[in-house]
Write a protein that binds this ligand. Structure first.
Ligand code: SD4
Length: 344
């Protein structure tokens, strides 16, 4: 007998599938419940995510909360002076100020963020205090610093000699124009003012974790685009752009040229696509495709990458350019680094 409910469900699904562009059927099929419970798990952007995941895992493996795991995980690159794109030791803005952006979001939809915060080594923890101790979501600049000091954070100089030297080198040829971040080869072509060592002017850490209760949290922290205009804010501290968590569906985070992520509300988009049945990788790919479709010429020369996890602990990523990697840590493997797929 004709079943009307089944028919409505089936037609809604096929209408959704027809609307998808460049995405294969396999990409959008609902997740298999048999694969459920691939958690606890923590994933994070770039190769330095391995060390960050290891500290997050210390929390998760003891049955701790995903929120504590992501906060403590991202402390690692925030405190690492050799990492010139996150926290202490980050490359400064064009005026020589290290200004940090960070946000955090928990399983209840609570969130907190700090924007262009100076002098505090762990902006993620200030973001958590904004979430837990104030009625607000975001604090910026001087107000964020004042709040951090009131909360007992220590005022520190975050500009290391190496980053100051790099900035002074950059000033010689930069004509005061900030450099868009791109992957290595493109960067060399676009910006001869190479950063010291093998450092390039990108690499935010975005971290997503699911604890053993199945609750999801995320954190995102960065010193932002190197040599940016003073006061420039990227995607990383913007809930919905640099990070988004919905405990029913999953979470997403981003890295790369923040302006394009903000314009497309990238991480929220990825989570909403997963709600519609996209796998994490397909959702990340579709978010990247929006950027490419709107600005094909710009997209050729920039990097944006998304990383996502769904409620079952399935994960995936997609970037505009090659070279985006992400780290995965669960009970089976603690130091897995995966090369994300890319459009180019
Ligand atoms: C920003 N999204 O400030 C950050 C920078 C970054 O890889 O992730 N670079 O736009």
């Amino acid at each position: 007998m004709f079943n009307r409910r089944k028919f409505i469900k089936a037609s809604a699904l096929s209408a959704g599938l027809l609307a998808l562009d460049k995405t294969s059927m396999a990409d959008v099929l609902p997740t298999n419940p048999k694969t459920a419970k691939n958690f606890p798990i923590v994933i994070s952007t770039w190769d330095f995510g391995i060390a960050a995941n290891a500290d997050a895992w210390k929390v998760l493996s003891k049955g701790g909360r995903a929120l504590d795991a992501v906060e403590q995980g991202v402390w690692v690159p925030e405190a690492d002076e050799k990492n010139q794109s996150v926290g202490y030791g980050g490359l400064p803005d064009r005026d020589g100020h290290v200004t940090l952006d960070a946000c955090i979001m928990d399983e209840f939809g609570n969130c907190g963020a700090v924007l262009a915060l100076e002098h505090i080594k762990h902006p993620i923890s200030v973001a958590r205090k904004v979430m837990e101790k104030t009625p607000h979501v975001m604090l910026a600049g001087d107000g964020a610093l004042r709040f951090a000091l009131e909360q007992g954070f220590k005022k520190e100089n975050l500009l290391t000699p190496a980053s100051e030297k790099a900035w002074k080198e950059w000033l010689k040829t930069a004509k005061y124009a900030p450099v868009m971040n791109v992957e290595n080869k493109l960067y060399e072509k676009a910006a001869p003012q190479k950063l010291p060592g093998n450092q390039y002017n990108h690499d935010t850490i975005g971290m997503l974790a699911i604890d053993d209760k199945g609750n999801i949290s995320g954190a995102c922290t960065t010193s932002g685009m190197a040599y940016k205009l003073h006061g420039r804010i990227g995607d990383s501290p913007i809930i919905g752009a640099g990070l988004y968590i919905d405990n029913e569906i999953g979470g997403a985070t981003s890295t790369g040229v923040g302006e394009e992520v903000v314009r497309n509300v990238g991480s929220f988009l990825v989570v909403e696509l997963m709600r519609q049945g996209f796998t994490p990788e397909a959702a990340c790919k579709e978010a990247v495709m929006r950027i490419i479709k709107k600005k094909p010429e710009t997209a050729k020369n920039i990097q944006v990458g998304f990383l996502a996890i769904n409620k079952n602990g399935e994960y995936g990523a997609y970037a505009i350019q090659q070279g985006f990697s992400y780290a995965v840590c669960n009970a089976e493997k603690q130091d897995l680094l995966i090369k994300g797929k890319s459009y180019y």
